[in-house]
Design a protein around this ligand. Structure first.
Ligand SMILES: Nc1ccn([C@@H]2O[C@H](COP(=O)(O)OP(=O)(O)O)[C@@H](O)[C@H]2O)c(=O)n1
Ligand SMILES: [Ca+2]
Length: 495
């Protein structure tokens, strides 16, 4: 009887104990399931139009609504290239600028859920093409901006402005984009410098080791708890299309002086041997970047020579490396500290170097390959790339030689730090360029401070909860055995 009664008194606490274990586990599992129930993801959207000198692109960004201020949450959802040339080409027909946006904006309406349209901000930023038009004819540039503004206001989105952004903004927001996307901002060291090459201007932006001696070149940002002191400079007229105009106008001017023929024959080392095309002088002397005297003849014959080293010599003439009033300069008297750290080189830096398979390799091998490419006969080049529009195809030798000269003679990169330049188009899903940084800034999505609690990824969270449950189970089993043993010992003692 005694033994029977002892067993019963031993069973009840065990049953209670097991019930408590079960309840704790059920509660923990329930909490973890509720916590991790894939929330019905609510996305927000933003639209930025990059009105470049050569063309306009529409970028649609999206991000989870609850995670606005977390690193790397905004991603590129869609891009659309506006048909035709850049908005600055509509100076004689401003209405055409607004109308040109129609197809891409209609596409944006399809890509973004309708209930989000009214809250989706849309920004247009115009770069160097419009800076040049404003220099030449401010009224015309105002009309073009008014036309694109009117067009954007006619869509169901939240219109937030159409303006010409400054060269500093273009450089700084390009830097923010690449560092946001590569999540470098959370590390105290090791940011990525940004090199952007457009058609009409080029930007260099990085965190230097030296003092920034001119305040025009300095920008401060507080991001993710760190203060960044950036060097940035934008060279108007040093995009690849304007650089070609400047370089050609210099050769044309001297060819005109030497030539007795009509039309003038322009013998150009930067074009392939066998290249021969009739062109108009006005198509090169139509920019405020060109300062040379315009030859009287309107027509000239453009003849290629395919001589890389002569090509580089002629390009060097557009960089003025004297007259530096600071401790060091890049060119044209512009202060620049020594380049420092890794760089992402995007836009036309990437398009040109990628087309020529020159995105990897040393500076010496890159030069050798380019030399061979430039001396390849034009008919061979055309045969190798039948699908590429001939105007673009003919300019790659010039463009790549210009890129090497800008980086080496202009920005003072050397064979030693050439490897620090990464030619990139995208980081993850998103294009490198100023548009993402511009939107993050205007929507206040660049947090100044680091997040208080670092977010745990979903998989990490689940693993953590499972381990935690196992630990609790283990502890309870231990307690149970301890309790069990002490009960039996107590029973023995009684017996
Ligand atoms: N697939 C592409 C797209 C653009 N590009 C060139 O990239 C440059 C883009 O410049 P952009 O229109 O952004 O001009 P900016 O206003 O930035 O100076 C132009 O020179 C285009 O011709 C290219 O080489 N390949
Ligand atoms: Ca651009």
């Amino acid at each position: 009887m005694d033994e029977q009664g002892g067993k019963n008194s031993w069973n009840r606490p065990v049953a209670i104990f097991l019930a408590v274990i079960a309840a704790v586990i059920i509660i923990m599992v329930a909490i973890s399931v509720v916590q991790n129930k894939p929330l019905h993801q609510k996305y927000k959207y933003g639209i930025v139009l990059d009105a470049g000198s050569s063309h306009t692109s529409v970028f649609i960004y999206e991000w989870p609504a609850e995670k606005e201020n977390n690193t790397g949450m905004v991603r590129q959802k869609h891009t659309c290239n506006v048909k035709g040339k850049g908005i600055s080409s509509y100076s004689a027909n401003p209405q055409g600028a607004g109308a040109s946006l129609y197809e891409c904006m209609e596409e944006a309406k399809q890509k973004i859920p309708a209930h989000r349209h009214p809250e989706t901000p849309v920004y247009l930023g115009a770069t160097a093409g419009m800076r040049l038009l404003r220099m030449e004819d401010e009224k015309a540039s105002d009309k073009v901006l008014a036309s694109v503004a009117q067009s954007l206001k006619s869509y169901p989105f939240s219109y937030r402005g159409a303006r010409i952004i400054s060269g500093q903004e273009e450089g700084a927001f390009g830097w923010i984009t690449v560092n946001y996307l590569s999540e470098n901002l959370r590390k105290p060291t090791g940011t990525l410098g940004a090199l952007d090459l457009g058609g009409a201007s080029t930007q260099i932006t990085f965190v230097p080791q030296q003092n920034i001696e001119s305040k025009d070149n300095s920008i401060d940002f507080r991001l993710y708890g760190n203060d960044y002191h950036l060097y940035t400079h934008s060279f108007l007229c040093y995009g690849k299309d304007q650089a070609l105009k400047i370089s050609m106008s210099k050769i044309l001017e001297s060819a005109n002086e030497a030539s007795k023929t009509d039309p003038i024959e322009l013998r150009d080392p930067c074009f392939h041997p066998g290249y021969n095309d009739s062109k108009t002088v006005s198509s090169f002397f139509n920019s405020p970047c060109v300062k040379e005297a315009k030859p009287a003849n309107e027509n000239f014959v453009h003849v290629g020579l395919g001589n890389w080293s002569q090509c580089q010599q002629s390009i060097r003439k557009i960089f003025n490396t004297g007259n530096c009033l600071y401790t060091r300069c890049s060119f044209n008297g512009v202060f620049q500290p020594s380049v420092y750290g890794d760089f992402g080189a995007f836009s036309a830096f990437f398009f040109v170097m990628d087309f020529l398979n020159l995105t990897s390799g040393t500076l010496t091998t890159t030069k050798k390959k380019l030399e061979a490419y430039c001396s390849t006969p034009w008919d061979q080049i055309v045969k190798n790339h039948p699908q590429v529009y001939k105007k673009y195809l003919s300019e790659y030798c010039f463009s790549a030689t210009y890129i090497l000269t800008l980086l080496e003679d202009g920005y003072n990169f050397t064979s030693d730090n050439w490897k620090d330049i990464r030619f990139i188009k995208k980081i993850g899903d998103s294009d490198a360029g100023w548009t993402l940084g511009y939107m993050l800034n205007l929507t206040n999505m660049i947090p100044a401070e680091a997040p208080d609690t670092p977010l745990m990824p979903y998989e990490g969270y689940v693993t953590f909860i499972i381990l935690f449950l196992l630990l609790i189970l283990f502890l309870l089993v231990l307690v149970y055995f301890y309790f069990h043993r002490s009960t039996r010992t107590a029973q023995k003692d009684i017996i």
